[in-house]
Write a protein of this length. Structure first.
Length: 130
């Protein structure tokens, strides 16, 4: 396969992932999922990573303020079949992508790195020009 074909395929994978992210965000924002946990917890879909064949989507989520993350993930997983049907109907693809919901840990990692950089030992090393 040529480099150009690989690049256009990866652009397509990114584009479809973004479409899925928008659709899921819209469904959750409008309260279309009839689940008490999801209606009472605003959820941010931070990223959707599609497999190269577009058959699998890993959906990274973060509840607003990080509250009740486990309950939100469980509610999303409980409603996966409904969400997959809705995504399939709104994102025109040959196959309906199977959705897998995971907590987005990138915010926590960023906070941890920031704390490490502020530690006195690290700040001392960063401040010296020697």
């Amino acid at each position: 396969m040529s480099l150009q074909a690989n690049e256009s395929r990866s652009v397509r994978v990114l584009r479809v992932g973004e479409q899925v992210r928008h659709v899921l965000s819209e469904i959750l924002m409008r309260g279309e999922v009839h689940d008490d946990v999801l209606t009472s917890h605003p959820v941010s879909i931070t990223e959707v990573r599609m497999s190269p064949d577009l058959r699998h989507a890993t959906v990274f989520v973060k509840p607003l303020l990080g509250k009740d993350e486990d309950a939100v993930i469980k509610a999303l997983r409980t409603n996966t079949a409904y969400l997959q049907r809705e995504v399939a109907a709104r994102v025109r693809q040959k196959y309906a992508a199977r959705l897998k919901f995971l907590a987005d840990e990138s915010f926590d990692e960023g906070t941890h790195i920031e704390q490490l950089l502020r530690a006195p030992q690290v700040a001392q090393d960063l401040g010296s020009d020697d």
